[in-house]
Design a protein around this ligand. Structure first.
Ligand code: C2E
Ligand code: CA
Ligand code: CA
Length: 555
C-alpha cells in the first residue's frame, strides 16, 4: 500500500479502513477509494477491531460489511461502541440489499450511514467524503468550544457565546467575575504542570458551585477564569470565595477576584473581562484582600492611561514634554550647586500630567527610554543656553530609568548627546535607583563604570526609600548619595535624625557626597547642615522651575 501524506489535489490524505470478508468486494472498494485515500483492509470483524485499536487516532472512517464470519458487523459496532476512544471514527455500513431491519439495527449500534451493493463509485466517494467532513468540522467545533482541562468554555468561545447571550437578553442584569492565581508561575515551578493542572480542574469545579447564579464560565487565560453570573444585589456573597482555594495544592496560593457589576451588554465581552482583571490587579499584591470591584475611578484612570499611551509618541514629537529644573543648594558655599531635570507633560486634552502618573506607564511599555534621551538632550541645551547667556553654569542631573539599561550602548549614546551639544561630561549627573541594580547587576555596574570613566557623575537616587542594600552601595560605582524625601520627612516629624545621621556617615565612609531631597523648612536645613550633609534639594529653597525662571534663579 502506497502511503503518502497528501493526495494529488493537495488535501491531506485520510486513512480509511475497509472491513469486508468478500475479496472481490474489498478489492472493488479499495480501487474506488485508493485515488483519494490511504486504504487499510481487514478480512473480518476481528481483524477490523484489531486495526481499529492500532490506528483509531489516525483513522478517518470505517467501511463495514454486515455479514462476515467470526465477527460480523453488528458485533464490530457493539465492540467499537464500548470503547470511547473509538467514538471519533465514523462508520459507513455496506449492505447487500436494503434490508430495513439490518439498517435499523446498525443505526442503533452507532453506524453513521449506508451504501448499498452493488457499489456506485460516485455515491461511495461522496458519502465517504461527506461523513469525514461532517465529523471533522464537529470535532473542530468541539475543540474550539471547550477547555478540556477544566470543562469550562474556551476563552474564544466564552467571549462569543456570552456576546450572543447578552445581545439577546437586553433586560437582564449580569455581573462578570474573573479569578486569577497571581502566583501561578511560582506554583507551577514548584509543584509541576500536572499538579497545577489538577488544581485548576478542581478550582474550576469549586467556583462553578460556589458562585451564585452562574450563566457560564470560561478559561480565558492560563490561570484566569471568567464567570458570568446573574446580578447580585448585595456583595456579601463574595465572603464564600474566601474558602474556595482551601486545601488546594499550596496554602500560599494567591487567588484573587475582580468583578464588574451590571455588565454593559453592548461592550465586547473580552473588554468586560479586561475590566474585571484590571480590578483584580488592584489587589494583586495586597495581602488578605482577594476581591476588588471595577469602579468609576478605575474606569476614569484606565481611560486616562489609554489616552496617554495613545498620544505619547506624538507628544514627544510635538515637544509637549517640558523639562523643569529644581535647584540644589550647596550648604558649604551657600550657592546653587546643581539642578535636577524633572519632566512634565502639558497634554492638550488632559492638561498638566504629573510624572508620577505617566512614568510608571512608560516604564511598562518601554517608552521611558525615548523620553529619558529627550530630557537628557534638553538638559544639555539648557547648560549651553546658560553658558551662552553668561549665567552661572551648574551641573544638571537627569533621571535614568532602570529600563534604560536594556539599551546596549547606553553609555556611548549618552556621551554622543553630550558631545553633540558640546557639554562637558562633568556637568551631567546621572541619577539612578537601586532597583536598576537589583534588576540586572552586571549590566548596570558595567554601564555606570563606563559612564564614570568617561567623566559623568553618578548619583544614587532615593536612598532609604525601600530596600536599600549595602551590597548595591558597595558594588555600584557612585559619586553622590541622595537621601530620599521619606527619611527626611520622617526625621522631621519625629524630630529624630538618627537614620539621617547614619546614612550621611555611611556616605562618608564610601566617599560619597550627600544630597537631601524634599527639604521644606529652615529647621530641617539647619539639622542637615549640622549633620554634614553637602547639598539640599527641596521646596524650602526652590520648587522645580520652568526654564526661564530657572535661568533667572541662577543669574
Ligand atoms: P525623584 O527623582 O525622586 O524627584 C524628586 C521629586 O520630588 C520630584 O517630583 C520633585 O518635584 C519632588 N520634590 C522636590 N522637592 C520637594 C519637596 O520639598 N517636597 C515635596 N513634597 N516634593 C518635592 P516629580 O517632579 O513629580 O517627579 C516624580 C518622579 O518622577 C521623580 O522622582 C522621578 O523618579 C520621576 N521622574 C521625573 N522626571 C523624570 C525623567 O525625566 N526621567 C525619569 N526616568 N524619571 C523622571
Ligand atoms: Ca531623581
Ligand atoms: Ca529622588
Amino acid at each position: 500500500m502506497g502511503y503518502s501524506a497528501k493526495s494529488d489535489s493537495g488535501k491531506p490524505r485520510r486513512n480509511v479502513l475497509i472491513v469486508e470478508d468478500n475479496d472481490v468486494n474489498r478489492e472493488m472498494l479499495h480501487s474506488i477509494l485508493a485515488d483519494e485515500f490511504n486504504v487499510l483492509e481487514a478480512k473480518d470483524g476481528l481483524e477490523g477491531l484489531e486495526q481499529l485499536r492500532q490506528n483509531y487516532s489516525s483513522l478517518s472512517l470505517v467501511l463495514l460489511d454486515v455479514y462476515m464470519p467470526r465477527c460480523d458487523g453488528f458485533e464490530f459496532l457493539r465492540q467499537k461502541r464500548s470503547d470511547e476512544r473509538f467514538d471519533s471514527v465514523p462508520v459507513i455500513v455496506t449492505t447487500a440489499s436494503d434490508l430495513r431491519e439490518d439498517e435499523i439495527e446498525c443505526l442503533r449500534l452507532g453506524a453513521n450511514d449506508f451504501v448499498v451493493k452493488p457499489y456506485n463509485v460516485e455515491i461511495i466517494v461522496n458519502r465517504v467524503n461527506n461523513i469525514i467532513h461532517l465529523r471533522e468540522s464537529a470535532s473542530i467545533v468541539n475543540q474550539l468550544t471547550w477547555d478540556h482541562l477544566t470543562e469550562l468554555y474556551s476563552g474564544e468561545f466564552f467571549y462569543r457565546y456570552m456576546h450572543d447571550f447578552l445581545s439577546s437578553s437586553q433586560a437582564g442584569a449580569y455581573d462578570m467575575v474573573c479569578s486569577d492565581i497571581t502566583n501561578f508561575k511560582a506554583l507551577s515551578d514548584r509543584y509541576g504542570k500536572a499538579n497545577c493542572d489538577r488544581m485548576l480542574q478542581e478550582l474550576a469545579k469549586r467556583l462553578s458551585f460556589t458562585l451564585p447564579d452562574v450563566v457560564a464560565g470560561g478559561r480565558i487565560a492560563n490561570s484566569t477564569f471568567a464567570f458570568l453570573i446573574e446580578h447580585q444585589d448585595s456583595r456579601s456573597w463574595t465572603d464564600a470565595l474566601m474558602g474556595v482555594s482551601h486545601g488546594l495544592i499550596a496554602t500560599n496560593m494567591s487567588l484573587k477576584f475582580g468583578i464588574v457589576e451590571n455588565v454593559n451588554h453592548g461592550l465586547a465581552v473580552s473588554l468586560t473581562c479586561d475590566r474585571a482583571v484590571t480590578a483584580l490587579e488592584q489587589v494583586r499584591e495586597t495581602f488578605g484582600v482577594s476581591v476588588a470591584w471595577y469602579t468609576e475611578d478605575l474606569h476614569a484612570r484606565q481611560v486616562r492611561e489609554h489616552v496617554i499611551v495613545e498620544t505619547m509618541e506624538q507628544a514627544l514629537a510635538e515637544k509637549q514634554f517640558i523639562v523643569y529644573y529644581q535647584p540644589k543648594y550647596d550648604l558649604h558655599t551657600g550657592e546653587t550647586g546643581g539642578a535636577e531635570a524633572l519632566v512634565r507633560w502639558i497634554h492638550p486634552e488632559l492638561g498638566f500630567v504629573r510624572p508620577d502618573f505617566f512614568i510608571p506607564l512608560f516604564e511598562r511599555n518601554g517608552f521611558i527610554t525615548n523620553l529619558d534621551f529627550y530630557v537628557l538632550e534638553e538638559a544639555c541645551k539648557e547648560i549651553v543656553r546658560c553658558r551662552e547667556q553668561g549665567l552661572r553654569v551648574v551641573p544638571i542631573s537627569v533621571n535614568v530609568s532602570r529600563l534604560d539599561f536594556d539599551t546596549a550602548d547606553l553609555a556611548q549614546q549618552i556621551a554622543q548627546i553630550a558631545n553633540r551639544c558640546g557639554v562637558d561630561h562633568s556637568l551631567l549627573h546621572i541619577e539612578i535607583t537601586e532597583t536598576a541594580y537589583t534588576d540586572n547587576p552586571d549590566l548596570v555596574v558595567a554601564a555606570l563604570q563606563e559612564l564614570r570613566d568617561d567623566g559623568f557623575v553618578i548619583e544614587l537616587d532615593d536612598f532609604g526609600s525601600g530596600y536599600s542594600s549595602l551590597a548595591s552601595l558597595n558594588m555600584l560605582p557612585l559619586d553622590v548619595m541622595k537621601l530620599d524625601m521619606s527619611i527626611i520627612r520622617q526625621a522631621a516629624s519625629l524630630d529624630d535624625y538618627r537614620i539621617v545621621r547614619s546614612a550621611i556617615q555611611m556616605a562618608g565612609f564610601l566617599d560619597l557626597k550627600t544630597v537631601a531631597e524634599g527639604v521644606e523648612t529652615e529647621e530641617e536645613t539647619q539639622r542637615l547642615r549640622e549633620l554634614g550633609c553637602d547639598m539640599i534639594q527641596g521646596y524650602y529653597f526652590a520648587k522645580p522651575l520652568e526654564q526661564k525662571q530657572f535661568e533667572e534663579y541662577v543669574s
